[in-house]
Design a protein around this ligand. Structure first.
Ligand SMILES: N[C@@H](CCC(=O)N[C@@H](CS)C(=O)NCC(=O)O)C(=O)O
Length: 209
């Protein structure tokens, strides 16, 4: 969704090919030639192919500099911009571990220890974001950028597992991102359907992190 949301923010012309969550499709030889692990997303721009959403984000911002969503070499916000784009994946890996635990594994493979640990690490990662957003509406002072798209998607994923209202700055940030036309355009069609497979709300850690 990060790459798709960013394409909508940029207003680029593109063709979206949706891949089913089906290993016979994702691991087919033709698709492995695009992504060697058979994962999504991938970007194909004429003869050029790219995987990893962080790299796709950097590529699109350089390809469409007029969007103002990137921070080019020499820009004082360049390295903060990169930091938050990559921090978004730090948030997402914990949420992805919880998706795996809740959705793909059942007892006895599902691990209470992994659920507890990943839930706690996800909360810590959101706490850092909450601190960053105390005195600003966007991650960077100059305003909305692709870093907000990257991190915003991770918050969107994380909010399935934590009570986002416990983090007021993140909750208000997420509400503003959800109101964006490009965010809504990138949502899956069945977004409103309750995700019964996700057990929401990892309880706050009793101590430490
Ligand atoms: N770090 C990668 C993660 C790619 C990834 O794991 N994508 C998931 C969907 S969000 C996937 O394709 N999973 C299918 C699988 O693991 O087989 C990125 O940001 O592009």
């Amino acid at each position: 969704m990060r790459a798709l949301w960013l394409l909508h923010e940029i207003g680029a012309t593109f063709e979206l090919i949706e891949m089913p969550f089906d290993l016979s499709v994702l691991r087919a030889a033709g698709y492995l030639a695009v992504h060697p692990l058979g994962r999504v997303p991938c970007l194909v721009d004429d003869d050029f192919k790219l995987f990893e959403s962080g790299a796709i984000t950097e590529y699109l911002c350089e390809r469409f500099p007029q969007s103002g969503l990137g921070r080019a070499q020499g820009d004082p916000e360049r390295y903060e911009w990169l930091q938050w784009i990559h921090y978004s994946e730090t948030i997402a890996v914990h949420a992805a571990a919880l998706v795996q635990q809740y959705h793909f594994l059942a007892a006895p493979e599902r691990s209470a220890a992994v659920l507890r640990l990943e839930g706690r690490r996800l909360r810590k990662a959101i706490e850092v974001l909450n601190a960053r957003l105390q005195d600003r509406a966007c991650l960077l002072r100059r305003g909305f950028s692709a870093a907000d798209v990257s991190v915003g998607y991770s918050v969107h994923l994380a909010h399935r597992f934590i009570a986002i209202e416990e983090f007021p700055a993140v909750a208000s940030y997420y509400a503003k991102l959800q109101a964006r036309r490009a965010f809504r355009a990138a949502l899956p069609k069945d977004w409103e359907r309750p995700l019964t497979w996700l057990q929401p709300f990892v309880p706050p850690a009793s101590a430490g992190g």
